[in-house]
Design a protein around this ligand. Structure first.
Ligand code: HGY
Ligand code: MN
Ligand code: MN
Length: 406
């Protein structure tokens, strides 16, 4: 079966009708996708393990098992109504890279390990990358047990129902576990396609932050309450969202981005004044201080709007992470590998976050991007061309071979 057909098969494990893909962690499609990938890894002769939260490790042993391995991998979970390539290109491309090296009879000194990270997307528990955060020690095991979905069901409950048991404190990998880590991923932006360049070598990953705001006003009859008496929670929320957008634009840097992707209005009836709103804001920048200036502007806006409109605003910081600088050894291996294949590349930053953002805390890490059509991602029309995926897997294999004999 070809890499392309494996990607197409993987896309069928979904809670949404094709071409959309919805595959939330610990869902039935997630379980079926895991089983499918484990069968592919088994067929490739890899030895496997799963940790207490569901990260999967598939290893090809090197000639010197005492040496730290070279890691590669990505995620298979997909946000609602997403596409077939986000994450999966790095999982199946990583497996293909291992198979390429097997086919050419390369026996590396270092073992090579494919990692299928559990839950890169924030869909279920509101925080992204909880699998790689736990691996890197960026999320405390006991704190992770308190993560809850929007119905209050805990991560611990979900993971045990999905068949994952064991001590969460054992998930964390020891420092030095990998000598290097490389993630293949679609760019999720338009730059490579616009430049007609087949590969992007990532030198830094943006600093993501996400906030949850609860805004409480006073409900009432949409017809009977006069405007001066109103404390409309949704109007207050709208002003805060616009203040977030204004602050992001005001930095003058294209790398500062922000949005409000979640907005729950209560009671949600056309003729009832909103008494309560839950907002979730996402703010990012490659420069942490600039990102934090937007967070500070949001705080000021919350205080000003609350005072003027007579509402209360409660804030929870879901995450506020530093950016990652990729490692020059791994970046150079990717540049050399691309050069040897005669493939053009450009160095670039990643504005999307990835599991590599956390793997970079415990291993020298870099990423390899391939173009995606129109820069589209997190949509059913997300698409990467088979030849770009194949080039990505080949250069990934070559870079891993360099790192595995280093
Ligand atoms: O949101 C992100 O950057 C990633 O796709 N989860
Ligand atoms: Mn994504
Ligand atoms: Mn992704």
């Amino acid at each position: 079966m070809s890499l392309q057909s494996e990607l197409e098969t993987l896309a069928t494990f979904s809670d949404a009708p094709a071409p959309a893909v919805t595959r939330v962690v610990y869902s039935e499609p997630d379980r079926r996708a895991r089983d499918y990938l484990k069968s592919l890894c088994r067929n490739a002769g890899l030895s496997m393990r799963e940790d207490a939260v569901g990260n999967i490790f598939a290893r090809r042993h090197g000639s010197d098992p005492t040496l730290p391995a070279v890691g590669t991998g990505s995620h298979i979970d997909a946000i609602p109504n997403a596409g077939a390539y986000d994450g999966t290109v790095g999982v199946l491309g990583g497996l293909e890279a291992i198979r390429i090296l097997q086919r050419v009879g390369m026996c590396p000194r270092r073992s090579i390990e494919l990692v299928i990270f559990c839950a890169e997307e924030p869909t279920r528990f509101g925080i992204g990358c909880f699998g790689s955060r736990l691996l890197a020690g960026a999320l405390d095991a006991s704190a992770s047990m308190q993560l809850r979905d929007k119905d209050g069901r805990t991560l611990d409950d979900w993971r045990t129902a999905a068949g994952f048991h064991g001590d969460m404190a054992q998930v964390r990998l020891p420092a030095g576990y990998y000598s290097g880590f490389v993630e293949l991923h679609i760019e999720q932006g338009p730059l490579l396609e616009q430049a007609g360049i087949p590969l992007g070598i990532v030198t830094a990953i943006a600093a993501p932050a996400s906030l949850r705001l609860w805004i409480e006003g006073e409900g009432g009859h949409a017809g009977a309450v006069l405007m001066p008496q109103r404390r409309d929670a949704f109007c207050a929320a709208a002003e805060i969202v616009l203040a977030e957008e204004t602050a992001a634009k005001a930095t003058g840097a294209c790398d500062t981005v922000a949005t409000a992707g979640v907005c729950d209005v209560f009671p949600g009836a056309i003729n009832s004044i909103p008494s309560r709103v839950r907002l979730e804001l996402d703010v990012r920048d490659i420069d942490e201080a600039r990102r934090d200036s937007v967070l500070a502007a949001i705080d000021r806006a919350c205080a000003e709007v609350a005072a003027r409109r007579g509402v209360t605003v409660r804030k929870e910081t879901i995450n506020s992470d530093p950016p990652a600088q990729c490692d020059s050894l791994v970046v150079d291996a990717l540049c050399l590998a691309a050069d040897r294949r005669g493939l053009g590349f450009q160095k670039m930053v990643s504005r999307a976050y990835h599991d590599s953002l956390f793997m970079s805390r415990i291993a020298p890490t870099a990423m390899l991007f391939i173009p995606c059509r129109g820069g589209v991602s997190h949509r059913p029309d997300e698409y990467a061309a088979p030849e770009d995926i194949a080039s990505g897997a080949q250069v990934l294999a070559d870079a891993i071979a360099l790192l595995a004999d280093h």
